[in-house]
Design a binder for this molecule. Structure first.
Ligand SMILES: C[S@@+](CC[C@H](N)C(=O)[O-])C[C@H]1O[C@@H](n2cnc3c(N)ncnc32)[C@H](O)[C@@H]1O
Length: 257
């Protein structure tokens, strides 16, 4: 019998060449989830203030999913927006991961002069808003996980009850935008997974956004949501703005000052 001894640690130097000549990002990876693999520093995950905000955002959210970098982006944008005049709004709340984290991080109850509007059908994307092209990319198929109805709404009511300045509005965007009384916004998170209500919300928001106000798009870079990207790019061109593509799949734009 031949004995083999391994020296530890074993150095494994694997390279994964891609067809176009580049190399797949090599380890050690610091982050490898939610469509993003990188070697870059993500110490923010361990920051206690971030960790508490993220944990609250994930309460009652999808078990086993990791969206830390997306939430980090949202929090950073919200912190900048908090220096501007205006309310906050999210169109597409579901279990409230992003908004729950942002409100916790900003200690929103202490910001009594601002309201955070939270709009969702709590019953998924209205079928009539999904185009055939979006259907072909599986957008309708994703919808089942968002159709929580009364129990989802009750859960979100409980989750946001700690903030007297959180206003939940249940129903279909753009119809429900009429129930939003605010005239000025500093921050908007748009995450409805489908073109029609997102662009309608953007047109409604545009005149109400503060100079320098931010709009964060959750789906901008995700392959099944390419129609949203195309529509947002048309919107951006019409308004003379540029959308920042974030490596998390999000997009970010700012109303010019
Ligand atoms: C991906 S989820 C939002 C996730 C959320 N941003 C978070 O941080 O947890 C998309 C949500 O958009 C909602 N939605 C889609 N179309 C809508 C519409 N026209 N009006 C209101 N809500 C809509 C769905 O019901 C679903 O809950």
């Amino acid at each position: 019998m031949v004995e083999q001894s391994l020296q530890f640690p074993v150095k494994i130097d694997l390279k994964f060449p891609l067809p176009d000549g580049r190399m797949l990002v090599q380890g050690p990876l610091t982050y490898n989830t939610d469509g993003l693999a990188t070697q870059h520093n993500c110490e923010f995950i361990k920051d206690p203030r971030f960790a508490a905000a993220y944990a609250f955002g994930m309460t009652d959210g999808p078990a086993g999913r990791h969206l830390e970098w997306r939430v980090h982006m949202a929090i950073w944008v919200a912190v900048q927006a908090a220096q501007l005049e205006g309310d906050f709004i999210e169109c597409g709340v579901n279990t409230g991961i992003v908004s729950g984290a942002v409100m916790t991080y900003l200690d929103f109850a202490k910001r009594a002069d601002r309201t955070y509007y939270l709009l969702d059908t709590f019953a998924g994307i209205p079928e009539e808003q999904i185009t055939d092209s979006e259907r072909k990319l599986g957008v309708a198929g994703m919808n089942a996980k968002y159709q929580g109805g009364d129990s989802l709404f009750a859960m979100v009511q409980r989750k946001f009850a700690r903030w007297p300045n959180a206003k939940l509005i249940r129903g279909r965007v753009p119809d429900t935008l009429a129930e939003v009384s605010a005239q000025q916004f500093a921050f908007a998170s748009i995450d409805m997974n489908v073109v029609e209500p997102e662009i309608a919300a953007a047109e409604w928001l545009w005149p109400k956004l503060s100079p320098g106000g931010f709009v964060l798009l959750d789906d901008y870079g995700w392959a099944p949501h390419i129609h949203q990207k195309r529509a947002w790019d048309v919107f951006a061109k019409q308004k003379g703005i540029e959308i920042l593509s974030l490596p998390t799949g999000q997009g970010l734009w700012m109303k010019p000052r």
